[in-house]
Each structure stands twice: as C-alpha cells, then as structure tokens.
Design a protein around this ligand. Structure first.
Ligand code: NAP
Length: 336
C-alpha cells in the first residue's frame, strides 16, 4: 500500500510517498481503508524530532483519520460492525500508543486498529469532516466543557486560536454563549476568526497583548471578582504568553492548557497566582464519548469544522510546510 513516510527527523524534504506492506488485522481488529486524514500541531514537532518522545522510524504522520471498514482480523467478533461501514478512528490505541507518535500514523491507504477504536460516522457527515475532529476538536471539547467548564456569561481568551484546537475552542465557547477574544497572526486569519464567531480578535505576535486584552476586558483588581479581566485563558502556546496570560485573568480566573507550542518551561510570575487566587488547569486528550458527541453535533449542523484545505496525499509536503509556516486556519486535510 502507499504511505507517507520519513526515515529520519528533519524538515518537509524528509517526507515521501512510499510502498509498505498492508497491515494485517489481528483478532479483534479491523482493517480500515483510509479516505481522509488530518495534520495536527504535533505532526511538524514529530517530524522535526523536538518532542523528546522516541519515535520508531520510519514513521508515518497523522493521528486523525476516517474511512471504511475493509476486513476484520481472523476470528473477530464483529459486534455491530460490517464491511463498508464508515468510521472515524480514535487515534490513541492502548498498548500501541498514539497514531503518528508512537505507532505508524494514518497517512496511508490502510490502517489496522482494534474495534474499540472505531467510531461510527453518522449519515450526512463527510469523511473530511470526520477526519478533522479527533485530536484537535476532541481535545478542545474536553478542555472547554469538562476541564475549564466555561459558562455562558464568561469571557474567554483563546491564544493561537487559528489552529485546530483553537478554532474548536472558539466555536465551542460561542456555542455555550461565552464572549470570546481570539488571537491570530495575520489579517486573513483574524477575519476568519470573526467568521467562526470570535467577538474580538487581536494579533498574536504583538508585544502589547496584555494592554489590548485589558482594553477589552478591563483590568483585574485584587480580591475584586467584579473588576476586569477574562474569566478563562485557553493557553496551549506557553512560551512568552504564559506570564502575560496571568496578567489578564480576573480575580479567581482560570487558565487551561493542553500543550506548549512555543515552549514548555516559560518564565512565570507566581505572585499573580496567589494574589489573584488563579487556578491553572491541565487537560490531556479526548474521550471516545466526546468524539461520538462531536460527530453528532456536526451531523445536526450545530458545528461546522474549520477546514483550511483538502489536498491529495501527494501534496503532504505542501500541507506540512504550511503548518510549519503558520499559514493554516483550522484543519489541513489529505485524501487518499
Ligand atoms: N494534550 C493533548 O491531548 C493535545 C491534543 C491536541 C493538541 N495538543 C497541543 O495543543 C497545541 C495546539 O494544537 P493544534 O493542533 O491546534 O496546533 P496548530 O494547528 O499548529 O495551531 C496552533 C496555533 O498556534 C500558533 N502558533 C504556531 N506556532 C507558534 C509559535 N511558535 N509561537 C506562538 N504561536 C504559534 C498558530 O497561530 P497563529 O500563527 O495564528 O498565531 C497556530 O495556528 C499544540 O501545542 C499541541 O501539541 C495537545
């Protein structure tokens, strides 16, 4: 079968379309013919080898995928599943790890996964929309609803809101009824953030972010819950944004994180945490229930995944290059 591969860490030139044996499904597994897969923020990090994780090489990128069941492993109790069923894959496989991280990713014609990792795609949801959801939208759903517990009357600052996790965070906060301030790095991206519902947009590369957020949400005051500031900061950027974010949180505000695109050991300012009684919340991954719910709300027309581009798999280098250049809004899809 055809698969995107890289044999060593580096830049997009290391990516190539090669031939590898089609994986044989074991008992309890399904062989899925992949129709669409999606890149995530971690794919360029895995390619570059900057995550600290030991990656088995050659590696295939992409954790997210959707497709059709082609076959079952010998002796598999197929439960309610049949050949040709349309499925989204839950990318985390117990014992094997995450697709595209510890296990070969889904940018290939076929993938074998345990039946437990299949999520049925409802009628009316395309392969592209289904593949856009698992890692980014699944993580955002858990972060916004389960961990940060955003409320309708709250104001939320979403940093780096133009990526997959960010777009979904904006969309979910608006669905809840919150006011959203979102940051992005170009005028085109800021315009698109407004299109998906952001109430206020700010340039992410500005050194004036604290001043600009306070101009919108007001200045936080000690022990004054009704003074200014945002209720929640969604911050998976880290780096220089970390300490800045503490300065715009209202008294007893919350900052939620699921990553650190710009650096995981940033300078901080602990004084803000105690004197403003702030809460830092971690959020990791998604739930299978959450993935099924996302598919349902997309099927109901209540959530429209932000799609940057849909390209044939042959254009993997262009797609990965755009992600590295921060020239993507939402999800970058590849079809096979
Ligand atoms: N823990 C988990 O389970 C989990 C799951 C999914 C993702 N994550 C993490 O969440 C983060 C976001 O993931 P994603 O897939 O949405 O990533 P993404 O699509 O690459 O988006 C991240 C956004 O961050 C901004 N950005 C990129 N590089 C930056 C840099 N060096 N400095 C500052 N801003 C930068 C970009 O926005 P602008 O250029 O417009 O500013 C980009 O749109 C990543 O750190 C990822 O590892 C964690």
């Amino acid at each position: 079968m055809r698969a995107v591969l890289y044999d060593r860490h580096g830049d997009v030139d290391e990516l190539y379309l090669g031939e590898v044996p089609t994986p044989l499904p074991a008992a309890g597994q399904a062989l899925v013919r992949v129709r669409a897969c999606a890149l995530n923020g971690f794919d360029p990090m895995m390619l570059a080898g900057t995550t600290g994780l030991r990656v088995p090489l050659p590696m295939t990128p992409c954790g997210d995928a959707s497709g059709e069941i082609e076959a079952f492993g010998p002796g598999t109790d197929t439960g309610g599943w049949s050949v040709a069923d349309r499925v989204m894959l839950d990318p985390y496989i117990p014992g094997r790890g995450m697709l595209g991280e510890k296990a070969r990713g889904a940018a290939s014609e076929y993938v074998s996964v345990p039946l437990e990792n299949l999520v049925r795609i409802p009628d009316g949801v395309s392969f592209e929309h289904a593949a856009a959801l698992p890692v980014a939208y699944g993580t955002a759903l858990r972060m916004i609803e389960d961990r940060a517990r955003v409320q309708p009357d709250e104001t939320v600052l979403v940093l780096g809101a133009t990526g997959g996790v960010g777009c979904c965070s904006v969309q979910l906060c608006k669905r809840i009824g919150a006011t959203v301030i979102a940051t992005g790095s170009s005028d085109r991206k800021l315009e698109r953030l407004r299109d998906i519902g952001a109430d206020h947009v700010l340039p992410s590369r500005s050194a004036e972010l604290v001043r600009m957020v306070r101009a919108i949400a007001g200045r936080p005051r000690y022990h004054a819950p009704d003074s200014g500031g945002v209720d929640v900061v969604v911050n998976y950027i880290g780096g220089a944004t970390w300490a800045a974010s503490l300065k715009v949180l209202r008294f007893q505000g919350r900052m939620v994180t699921c990553g650190a695109t710009a650096g995981y050991d940033p300078p901080t300012d602990i004084r803000y945490i105690w004197s403003f009684e702030q809460t830092i919340i971690g959020s990791d991954g998604w739930t299978r229930k959450g993935l099924a719910r996302l598919l349902d709300i997309v099927a109901d027309g209540e959530l429209d995944p932000a799609i940057h581009a849909v390209r044939p798999i042959e254009e993997i280098r262009e797609a990965m290059g755009e992600l590295i250049a921060r020239d993507v809004f939402g999800k970058s899809l590849l079809t096979l």
